[in-house]
Design a protein around this ligand. Sequence first.
Ligand code: ASP
Length: 372
Amino acid sequence: MKKLPLHWQIVIGMALGILFGLLISSFSWGGMFVNDWIAPFGTIFIKLLKLIAIPLIFTSLVKGISDLKDISSFRNIGVRTILIYISTTVVAIIIGLLLVIFFAIALGISMLLIDSKKVKPLNKLIDGLNEVILKMVDLIMLMAPFAVFALLAQIIASSGNVEILQKLLIYGVTVVIGLAIMITFYLLVIYLVAGKSPGWFFKGIAPAQLLAFSTSSSAATLPVTMERVTEHLGVDNEVSSFVLPVGATINMDGTSLYQAVAAVFIAQALHFPLEFSDQLIIVLTALLASIGSAAVPGAGMVMLVIVLESIGFPADKLAIGLALIFAIDRPLDMLRTVVNVTGDSMVSVVVAKSLGKLHSKKSSSHHSIRSL
Ligand code: ASP
């Protein structure tokens, strides 16, 4: 029998968790039973995700920056790309915010400046570490269907009603509206800068968007994004081969938007008062966390821990908060990944246009691919 895809397993886990929670809360001992015997599975899952957050940011940042080794030959493209990514994610303001991260950036840049032969072993080590950590995320995600069962059963059994689900729905809809606004913004930029229609853009990248939706991974989608942007939108290969891999690693507008909304939602749902300064910190750390998020399923939620911790969110409520949103995280992950991939594609069109490397005929882009 063919194995059910993970997202369906998760949906089933969620549904069973809700049913189980409703059923068991009709018994007087239900709440206690769930707390003692079911909830720990959810908590272990969240703890595992937290455990992996810091090394994940570290290796993906070092890798993202040190992979820019072509920066001298692509100076033009590099500077423009980075400028656009910076202006969409305001990196400059936030770099200093978290010293770990500062070290990772400094290390990445230093590695760029050293003779490539000398730095090769370190590159290999970081690459290897990055792979191992991503694999660990994969393995942890295997637990996801059981974890959502436990988490949802806990939420329902402890709240005793489905009111919380209504709140969750409002949160989900808010994220979706935000993501839709982002896509509209991209289309506007494409129209204003490249003079191209939404139809042209969607027709070009639709397969990449669909793949992003079904894999929830910008990294897994990258080869298709690359092919579509070059072959169908006419972006020169010289531009796309630089802009897209860097974008997949650091430019995640969908993720940062989601993290900001999720953090505010969790704070409100668990009655944690938010000052204006807290909201500002949320925006800044969400930008930072999205840069640090790996382009794999669920990474955005792992990094949410950092956003919440930055506003002093109590540690004992953290697991409950994450449990709350985890229930519907997968569909939101699918959608935010679409936005992430769309954003990278938009930037590659804009950079190509500004360099005169946006070809109208497919043949010219074919040529540039062959000439590589
Ligand atoms: N899954 C997203 C991506 O690959 C990252 C995230 O979890 O937000 O772009």
